[in-house]
Design a binder for this molecule. Structure first.
Ligand code: ATP
Length: 614
């Protein structure tokens, strides 16, 4: 299932590269490595849960996407001569390799029974320790009766080319559809945590059932809140809702800070002047980043979460690492119903109406109003007031940190894992898409740019994400335009940071290149998960300086003759000279911009390229 393929370049000194340039480059690289090591150290200090989480929250928030380069279709040199080696040749290569250690460990460290017991005593609940395992090949046709989607949704799916439900959808859609109707304002059917590989279809697993459940509503109220860590993801999920809501009267909004605050207020609430006891909403579904949502909760008149039925936390592990204004507890607090004092004489009776299936349709009134203002059957008010909300958590790499899980105040939770847990207790594996091929290229740091150049010439890449651990500042608008250009093929190579490497769904990405391998496996999973989505094929290349010896037995060696690199050395030399000039002229700290700029100079002269940066 998981295989890393070694893509090795014969070690040979680059004698024709100017010594001065090489020295300069080495120094920059040293600084970059030093910075990286410091970052590893600080991450390790901050890591508390043993979940291989990478990157401190502060660090990730402050980053924006990296530079972008457009590479016009370069003259494609014929595909390189990958080929299996004889056992003897492989052994020879293996022996000559240095002892390496840069690739992240795929498995979490094995725990002894004592360690497992100790972790359990810290509070990992049974439901989290024992997930409901669903095989990744458990697919069903979209109109299968056990899925239970409405005729309208089935038609819409088919119109959009969706014929069958992926495993995560097969598991989650019926759970949501069969356990919920909108009128039930007092009982949660139980919260659901879902862990499924990247690109496995988690978004539709909640979008489809929620649209079916909500389409019975009469009055527009904010009933669904989807929280995502970045603006780009908010836009993506909003677009998915819009596409599948077609044919219903449901309204979807988003708040991200992309528009002015007033514009957002107008779109989600409208009436800011009057005071409405049950709040006001122009949308049924709101997709939001946590920061902007908190701002609206604090300042937008009549904006309320009192009517909320579903709280969806997508990319949950990353969001739970963000502590911006204590967003989670703020949201949970806002969903609680506060008893209001109402003059009993003003109470009036309400006629409960039912739809054709016998489901009460008085869902338009919040539980607060039902209890306080109208003559409705008495309910158990001693129940926790947040229980009417069903929380749904989704991630490819769900946290097992007891403290973070506890902060969600989950009610009767279930944990669905799409083949992500080894049967052996305490040994958890992240699952990568089965259609993903992984390659590893051993290289010294000074030769990395040369390796990249070689890859660009030889891989016939039509769309590649080039992920490196640094960033550049781009405005949201620039980012959006770049992403769109990448989506429609105007840009073939996107150099980016980890910000984009999460959740973004671009179906045409056929290759991901890790310039540096991330320190933590979790990050690696999300990065390479930008390709091989929805069952399509994809390749991930990681350039490593060193490689753990213990990994070698799993790695398929691929050998490239050094003569394949020779034609590139002249360009490399030229590039280094040009780059040297660039460094001198800029007189800047360039570690963050090193790679994009190097690539700019590494392009053959006749190519069309753009570098987007400040
Ligand atoms: N049943 C299906 N049939 C065909 N395509 C599907 C189906 N479900 C989802 N897809 C497509 O698969 C792609 C990946 O889906 P999605 O973005 O939901 O993945 P994900 O599991 O959320 O990944 P990540 O963890 O990386 O965010 C999307 O382009 C989506 O339209």
């Amino acid at each position: 299932m998981f295989q890393i393929q070694r893509y090795e370049i014969e070690q040979e000194p680059l004698q024709d590269v100017s010594t001065a340039s090489t020295e300069r480059l080495s120094k920059i690289n040293e600084r970059f490595q030093l910075k990286r090591k410091r970052s590893i150290k600080s991450n390790q200090t901050q890591q508390v849960d043993g979940s291989q989480e990478g990157g401190s929250t502060k660090k990730e928030i402050s980053r924006k996407d990296g530079s972008i380069q457009k590479v016009a279709s370069t003259e494609q040199i014929s595909k390189n001569t990958h080929g299996d080696l004889s056992l003897q040749q492989q052994e020879k290569i293996t022996k000559n390799l240095p002892v390496l250690q840069a690739f992240p460990t795929f498995d979490r460290p094995k725990q002894t029974p004592q360690e497992i017991a100790a972790v359990k005593s810290l509070g990992i609940p049974d439901w989290l320790a024992n997930p409901i395992i669903v095989e990744s090949d458990s697919t069903k046709t979209i109109d299968h009766p056990s899925i239970g989607l409405s005729e309208r949704s089935i038609k819409r799916c088919k119109a959009l080319g969706i014929q069958e439900c992926f495993a995560v959808q097969t598991a989650v859609i019926p759970l949501l559809l069969h356990s919920r109707n909108l009128s039930d304002t007092h009982k949660s059917p139980g919260d659901i945590c879902v862990s499924a590989p990247t690109g496995s279809g988690k978004t539709l697993a909640y979008v489809l059932p929620i649209i079916d459940i909500l389409s019975k509503r009469i009055v527009t109220r904010l009933r669904v809140l989807v929280i995502l860590p970045t603006r780009d993801l908010v836009v993506q999920v909003k677009e998915t809702f819009d596409a599948f809501c077609k044919g219903t009267s449901l309204k979807v909004g988003m708040v991200t800070g992309q528009q002015s605050f007033i514009q957002e207020q107008d779109q989600i609430v409208g009436d800011l002047q009057g005071h409405f006891i049950g709040g006001k909403s122009k949308v049924d579904i709101l997709v939001a980043t946590p920061g902007r949502l908190i701002e609206h909760l604090s300042t937008t008149p009549n904006f309320t979460l009192q009517h909320l039925r579903f709280l969806i936390i997508d990319e949950a592990d990353r969001l739970l690492n963000q502590s911006y204004h204590d967003w989670l507890s703020h949201i949970l607090k806002s969903t609680q119903l506060q008893q209001v004092t109402v003059n009993p004489s003003s109470k009036k009776s309400v006629e409960i109406k039912y739809d054709s299936l016998g489901v009460p349709i008085n869902d338009t009134i919040s539980a607060l109003m039902m209890e306080s203002f109208l003559h409705v059957p008495k309910v158990d008010i001693s129940e926790p007031k947040t229980s009417a909300i069903q929380k749904l958590l989704f991630s490819a790499t769900l946290t097992r940190n007891p403290a973070k899980i506890a902060s969600l105040h989950l009610v009767n939770p279930r944990y669905i894992s799409i083949q992500s847990m080894d049967k052996t207790e305490g040994e958890i594996k992240y699952v990568l898409p089965s259609s993903l091929n992984e390659y590893m290229i051993a290289s010294t740091s000074s030769e990395k740019p040369l390796v990249i150049l070689h890859l660009l010439h030889n891989l016939h890449i039509s769309s590649a994400l080039f992920v490196a651990e640094y960033s550049s500042d781009l405005s949201q608008e620039e980012r959006r335009s770049i992403l769109n250009k990448f989506k429609n093929g105007e840009i073939q190579l996107l150099i980016c940071s980890d910000l984009i490497a999460r959740g973004i769904d671009i179906d045409r990405v056929d290759t991901v290149i890790n310039y540096d391998v991330p320190i933590y496996m979790k990050k690696y999973v999300h990065r390479v998960g930008r390709t091989a989505r929805a069952g399509r094929k994809g390749d991930a290349y990681s350039i490593v300086e060193t490689q753990e010896a213990g990994h070698l037995d799993k790695i398929k060696n691929v050998y490239i003759k050094s003569s394949k690199l020779d034609p590139l050395k002249a360009i490399y030399k030229e590039s280094l000279e040009a780059f040297k000039e660039y460094i001198v002229n800029r007189d800047a700290v360039l570690t963050d911009y090193l790679l994009p700029n190097m690539l700019l100079y590494l392009q053959p002269v006749d190519t069309n390229h753009y570098v987007y940066k400040n």
